[in-house]
Ligand binder design. Structure first.
Ligand SMILES: C[S@@+](CC[C@H](N)C(=O)[O-])C[C@H]1O[C@@H](n2cnc3c(N)ncnc32)[C@H](O)[C@@H]1O
Length: 249
């Protein structure tokens, strides 16, 4: 899916049911999220992340942080409790507009639309902390890898990169069934597949995974030093999910 298409989809979700598009919890669809409860979930996630960061053997600077795919700022806002300046970047103008409305930190928290496949908005070595959650898993691996390279470029030496990405599907079809599915899949036009997904899931959020070993090799090959990889459940049923911790020398 090209970036324009991706932007249209997320912008539509941002206009129609933004909090549910970010956290698709059962019972919350149709604008049923209470914003206070929604942001409290984000605050708890960041508190636990900060506790992990503080337990690292090396300290990090608490200057500038980047939250890539920030949505309405669910995680960007609590990051502003811990960093002097936080940038939230998202492809959807509607999400960024709403993030601005929920912003409680004034100029210390800046939100920007980025509809490019790079982070040309930022110079090399800008951020002490680069973070992304529940975003890369919705991007084609080629696009996701391009952004990850950019995360490493904009990360300051000695800074910390933490991001979540889906890994391997948990249900692997093998043998002839898998081959048959692949052949049929190739024969169906992309537009029809998207329509089927829309009918089945009611929205247009794609899911992709990159196997853990492949991701680690990619990080190392792109100049990062991997500190840790933690399995988590963020990607929901059907996918392994990992949180990658890395730095740049
Ligand atoms: C599931 S939401 C997660 C939002 C936020 N990270 C959180 O956990 O609250 C995914 C977000 O990624 C954004 N997104 C999707 N593709 C993107 C891209 N190529 N660049 C920047 N943001 C993107 C979407 O607009 C959406 O706001």
């Amino acid at each position: 899916m090209d970036l324009k298409h991706l932007q249209r989809n997320w912008d539509h979700l941002g206009r129609t049911d933004p909090l549910w598009a970010v956290l698709t919890w059962p019972g919350k669809r149709g604008k049923r999220w209470d914003p206070q409860e929604f942001f409290a979930v984000g605050a708890a996630e960041i508190e636990s992340l900060i506790r992990c960061i503080e337990s690292l053997p090396v300290g990090i600077q608490k200057g500038k942080a980047l939250d890539f795919g920030c949505g309405v700022g669910r995680l960007t806002q609590p990051l502003a409790e811990h960093f002097q300046e936080v940038w939230g970047v998202d492809i959807a103008p509607s999400m960024i507009e709403l993030a601005g409305k929920y912003n409680r930190y004034g100029d210390r928290c800046k939100y920007r639309v980025n509809d490019s496949d790079d982070l040309g908005l930022f110079a090399d070595d800008t951020f002490d902390f680069v973070h992304s959650h529940l975003t890369l898993q919705h991007l084609h691996p080629q696009l996701a890898n391009g952004y990850i390279k950019e995360f490493i470029r904009v990360l300051a030496p000695g800074g910390l990169l933490v991001f979540q990405m889906a890994g391997e599907p948990t249900v692997r079809r093998r043998g002839p069934v898998r081959t048959l599915r692949r052949c049929v899949r190739r024969l169906i036009p992309e537009g029809v597949i998207r329509l089927c997904r829309r009918i089945r899931y009611g929205h247009l959020i794609d899911m992709y995974g990159i196997p853990r070993e492949e991701m680690v090799a990619f990080l190392v090959g792109s100049g990062a030093r991997v500190l840790d990889v933690q399995a988590d459940t963020s990607a929901g049923g059907g996918w392994m999910s990992y949180r990658y911790w890395a730095t740049k020398e």
